[in-house]
Structures are given as C-alpha cells and as structure tokens.
Design a protein around this ligand. Structure first.
Ligand code: ATP
Ligand code: MG
Length: 445
C-alpha cells in the first residue's frame, strides 16, 4: 500500500546558507509510492472525458498577467492576493496560471478554434496560488478542467455534472459528496439584485468585516462567498439573486433541474453559491464533502457566456468546471480504488552468476519485445538468492523467474509464484512468453 497522504508535504520555506535547500512551502513532492495512485486517477479521468467526447488541450503554464486580471476579475481573492506575478526582463508582467479557463479561452481565440464552432476540451496540470498552505490547500496544486464552447442550453451543463457524478461513483465516494447548484442569471438580473444587496449590507455596515466593506462598492456579490463565520447569519438573511432572475435564466435553470431530476441525481439549490471568479453567469455548481474539513469543495464550475467576448472575440456561450485533484486523492484514502494498486513490476528476473546475468539481459529484452505491456524488472547489482527474492517481493511482482547455471545449460527457466501457494515450475525458455501472457491475463482485473 502506498503511504498516505499520497504526496510529501513541503514544510519549510526558510533556508540558511549552510542548511539543505528545501522545497517551497505549499509545493509538494510526489514520490513513486504516491504517483502510482495519481497515474491511476489520471488514467480514469482520460477515459471519462473521452467517454463524453472531450479532447485534450495543453496551454503554457505562464501567461500575461492581464489575461487573468481581465477574466477572473480584479476584485477576487485570486487576483487580489493569490497570484505569482513578476516582471520579465523586458518589463512584461507575467503570471503563473492560477486556473485554466482563462488560458483555454485565450488559446481558443488565438488559434481560431472557437469562431462559429463547437468545442469540448479538457486539460490537466498544475495551478499556482499564493494561499496559506494547509490540508487540501496548496500553492502548487493540480486540476482537471473541462470546458465546452458554443453550447447555450442547459444540456451541456448537465452533461458535465453527470461526468463528475460518474467519476465519484467509479471512485467509490458518491455517497460522501453533495451537489450544490444555483443560477447567477444574466448581467441585468445581477445588477438589480446588486442594488438591493448593497442597500441591505449598508444598513448592516457595522456587521461587515474589512474585506466585505471593501467589496461593498467594488463587488458586493462576493460578500456572499465570505467564509468568515461571524458574518454567516447576516449573509443567510441577505436578498437572494433567485428572486431577481430574468425569465430566460429562470427557464435555463428549470431546464437544468429537469434534466438532473430525470438523471436521478439529487442536489441542493444553494442561493449563496456565487463562486470566487467574476466570469460566471447562469448555472454555477459545486461538489462538496464533509470529509475534508474546511477544504470541502472538490469541484466547481458553471457557465461563463460572456468571457469569450470579454477577451475580444465573438460572443460564444461556454460552460466548464475544474476539480482539485489533491482533494480527490485525499478522499480516496483506504478506498478499494487505492487498494487495487499494483506494485512496480509483474515479473522479477533473478539470476545467479555472471554468465546468467548476461543471458538474462538478452532474455529480458526478448520478453519485452514479445509482450510490450509486460512490466519486467531484472535484478541489478547481483546478490545471493535470499537478497534477490527479497527485492522481488518488494517490487510487487507476482512471479519470479530464476536463471542459474542449470537453467542455462538446459535452456530452461524456473518460475516461482510469489503471491499464491503453488509449486515452482521449470519450463523451456521459448515457452515462457506464452505462459506469462496467459498467467498475467488471468490474474489481472
Ligand atoms: P476554495 O473555495 O476552496 O478556495 P476556489 O473557489 O478558489 O476554492 P476554484 O478556483 O473554483 O476554487 O478551483 C476549483 C477547485 O480547485 C476547487 O474546488 C478545489 O478543489 C481546487 N483548489 C482550489 N484552490 C486550491 C488550492 N490552493 N489547493 C488545492 N486545491 C485547490
Ligand atoms: Mg480559493
């Protein structure tokens, strides 16, 4: 079993000259014992996005700062205080991407793949935010993002939500997560709501914290997103956006709900759900769990119909989500998904004597050519049988192959079963490849 929590947390930022250099706080190492699980998750994500007809897009990790300011919004946590931004030598302001949607839209416009087209895209990779590191909150973290362009109706919103639901089911924790949805309406409905919201908060100005006071004039909707426990009852009583929704957004939201109902997916309509980024309109959703403490949102998304035109191209409806993979991995602890992990090798080749070592190299190469999917580890660096069997056991292999002097003379090979009670076999070397194919096929899920 891999060691939890599936990556090694960096815990110190300060180094003196003589001390060892350590990783940056909030940026983690992923060791081989952790990456097996990450790879398995990534494989599943590739399979699921393909199953819904989404294709991969890769964009640079660094973009011009203006891209994020203009899309995410000046008065958001990310842009105000979380971005890694610096001046390049030519004075350009550059930023490590804090999320993927802005880059995806920028690339889509620049490469001309959005204009009068429909696109369904996904990406996966590291994002960077200068937050206070804690469990489930890191400065370099990983997201899967899924974005659809050119689809206006709620059908695509539901498709994306169903994709995530399928993922939770496959990972075995669908019973521990909850779907929250809301509609933010169109700009006009938000403007009407904004007026009454500002009025309400002004009447209660003494109950607002500093952040919220600042946002009262710049971005009052964001106050609803506040995590400050002392403001929760005030927020609870605040005027609700849903009461100001325009007719079309109401219909869109009804369409979304009808489809979720038909799919049998339960959800909560959460009037306070506004999301932390400015570009959203109409549908917003989050998947939330109680099992991760304060960092309970594992996936968030929604519609951003205005973003493509805001970034300078033709109006294009769009919808997407991003999920935090560290939080997904954290939810997997002790789940069957994690228990099914294989070790590093299927087969471990043990040799005795220099002659056998040389022959083993040739045999191993032949086996790898015959069965490309075979995970074969050859013993390196000699050692007696006991030591080699120990290494074979640690590799996770189910079979040890033994090549000694007798075997070489008779052109045979010893086959020992490491994970089941079964007598050791000796067979002709030329029979080995077929035998391994059959054995591994019968014991792999
Ligand atoms: P939170 O409210 O937890 O700060 P957010 O609204 O800032 O989340 P998004 O920008 O919507 O998050 O990102 C989508 C997902 O990425 C989140 O739901 C979460 O799972 C993950 N995520 C965001 N920030 C971090 C972080 N600093 N470390 C790890 N995962 C993160
Ligand atoms: Mg955040």
């Amino acid at each position: 079993m891999p060691r939890l929590p599936y990556f090694r947390t960096a815990d110190s930022e300060n180094t003196t000259l003589s001390a060892k250099i350590q990783a940056i706080k909030g940026m983690n190492d992923f060791l081989p014992e952790h990456t097996v699980l990450w790879q398995k998750l990534e494989q599943l994500l590739r399979r699921l996005t393909a199953a819904y007809g989404y294709s991969e897009i890769r964009t640079p990790i660094v973009e011009k700062t203006a891209l994020f300011k203009r899309s995410i919004g000046e008065v958001t946590d990310i842009v105000e205080k979380e971005m890694y931004t610096w001046k390049d030598i030519n004075d350009d302001s550059l930023t490590l991407r804090p999320e993927g949607t802005a880059s995806c839209v920028r690339a889509g416009i620049e490469q001309g793949i959005l204009y009068n087209q429909q696109q369904k895209l996904w990406y996966m990779g590291p994002m960077f935010r200068r937050e206070k590191p804690q469990k489930g909150r890191y400065r370099q973290f990983h997201q899967l993002g899924v974005e659809a362009f050119g689809f206006a109706g709620p059908d695509v919103d539901v498709e994306q939500i169903l994709l995530t639901w399928r993922l939770w089911k496959e990972l075995g924790f669908a019973d521990r997560v909850e779907l929250h949805i809301n509609s933010l309406g169109q700009a006009e409905s938000r403007a009407k709501h904004r007026e009454v919201l500002v009025e309400y908060f002004e009447q209660n100005i003494d109950k607002l914290d500093e952040d919220s006071k600042r946002r009262l004039t710049s971005n009052p909707l964001r106050i609803l997103d506040s995590k400050n426990p002392e403001m929760q009852s005030l927020i609870e009583e605040a005027p609700k956006l849903v009461d100001y929704l325009d007719d079309e957004s109401q219909q869109h939201f009804d369409g979304l709900r009808a489809r979720l109902d038909a799919a049998g997916l339960p959800y909560t309509v959460n009037h306070r759900l506004v999301r932390g980024l400015d570009y959203y309109n109409r549908t917003v959703f989050e998947w939330i769990t109680n099992d991760l403490g304060a960092q309970g949102t594992i996936c968030g998304g929604g519609r951003y119909d205005g973003l493509v035109s805001q970034l300078g191209a033709q109006d294009t409806p769009a919808c997407g989500f991003a999920m935090g993979l560290e939080r997904i991995i954290a939810l997997l602890e002790n789940k069957p998904f994690a228990e099914q992990l294989q070790g590093q090798a299927d087969v471990y080749l043990i040799t005795m004597g220099e002659d056998a070592e040389i022959k083993a190299t040739v045999l191993a190469e032949a086996l790898r050519s015959q069965t490309p999917s075979l995970r074969l580890m050859t013993n390196l660096g000699g050692g007696n049988y006991k030591k080699q069997f120990k290494k074979a056991d640690r590799s996770g292999a189910r079979i040890a192959l033994i090549l000694g002097e007798d075997e070489i003379q008779q052109q045979t090979i010893g086959v020992k079963f490491l994970r089941e009670q079964r007598d050791q076999l000796t067979m002709k070397q030329e029979e080995l490849s077929d035998f391994l194919d059959g054995y591994l096929a019968s014991t792999t899920e």
